[in-house]
Write a protein of this length. Structure first.
Length: 325
């Protein structure tokens, strides 16, 4: 009936003053609410629900719910029979395609905090961001760096692990384009991405500096402009967001302080028959959290979260010291 009505372009007496019975259909259980609301006309039901009269007329007596609303002109006598009719009627129909779905939009505000907003449809988000509807589809749930003007769109609320991934993505985006000057802590010579006839060129981003030293970019972020030397890439280095003046280099040369060594060797275990089994026999599995994160395809932040708490993460247990099997 619904498909037949959709083929018809004209209706005589479109909105007659007929009684409309509205039943709530609970799609998760396939059951109907046994109570109903009664309206004296399609127009009255339209005003109450905020649904177009054409839509109500289209779905009336088809036994196809619209947004979990079932429209009938007669009261239900057998709920079991009607629920079976609904199941049969909706079989194979692509109903979800025409129903607006909520969209979760995440972004980083000026204070560096993650903000979450929920919108009723893709169209509402497209209007808010002033982009075409297709742009929303292209970015939905795809974790594209930069998002849509800094906004990331998802079809569901992010869980804790997804939020951790999202915050890592935002942090990388926020600091990635910060230029970095790396100095040898012993000589205060500048380590450069490359040299030109005009002098040293700094690393154009924090990530490129991290790649040069083969470290996690947060190692640079955490020591940037602290004037504390740290061993990275086999060198004792200092990180700055600007080039140091000659006087500053001279004052630092004989007064460089060392940062606390934050590199932690990791013992990574599986559990077999209740016993810990080291994934690399008789020695630390990884020299650092960064090395482990690359190999195990997770983040150092996740490893920190599970370190030394004897809780499993994707089949692994992380410890900073060897444990008895």
């Amino acid at each position: 009936m619904l498909k037949l009505k959709q083929l018809q372009s004209n209706f005589e007496n479109k909105y007659p003053g007929i009684i409309v019975y509205l039943y709530e259909y609970i799609s998760s259980t396939g059951k109907l609410n046994t109570t109903c609301k009664t309206f004296n006309s399609i127009n009255e039901a339209s005003n109450y629900l905020g649904v177009a009269r054409e839509t109500i007329n289209m779905y009336l007596n088809t036994y196809v719910p619209y947004k979990n609303n079932l429209f009938l002109t007669n009261k239900i006598e057998s709920f079991e029979l009607v629920e079976k009719l609904i199941s049969d009627a909706t079989l194979g129909l692509e109903l979800e395609r025409t129903i607006a779905k909520k969209i979760w939009v995440y972004f980083l505000n000026e204070k560096g905090n993650t903000v979450k907003n929920i919108y009723e449809s893709k169209s509402a988000v497209a209007k808010l961001l002033n982009v075409q509807h297709g742009v929303i589809n292209n970015h939905l749930d795809k974790w594209i760096i930069g998002g849509i003007k800094g906004n990331y769109v998802f079809s569901k609320e992010l869980d804790n692990l997804e939020m951790e991934k999202f915050e890592e993505l935002l942090s990388l985006r926020k600091f990635n384009y910060c230029r970095v000057w790396i100095y040898d802590a012993l000589s205060l010579d500048l380590l450069a991405s490359f040299l030109t006839k005009y002098g040293c060129i700094p690393f154009s981003s924090m990530q490129k500096a991290a790649d040069y030293l083969n470290v996690y970019y947060r190692s640079i972020l955490n020591h940037l402009d602290t004037e504390l030397a740290i061993i990275k890439g086999g060198k004792s280095v200092l990180f700055f967001s600007r080039e140091l003046a000659k006087a500053k280099k001279e004052s630092l040369l004989n007064n460089v302080k060392k940062a606390a060594n934050t590199t932690v060797s990791l013992w990574v275990y599986n559990k077999v028959d209740g016993n810990f089994v080291l994934i690399n026999n008789n020695k630390a599995s990884y020299a650092s959290r960064f090395e482990a994160s690359k190999d195990l395809k997770t983040s150092p932040k996740t490893i920190n979260k599970y370190l030394d708490i004897n809780k499993e993460y994707k089949g692994f247990f992380f410890f900073s010291v060897a444990v008895a099997s």
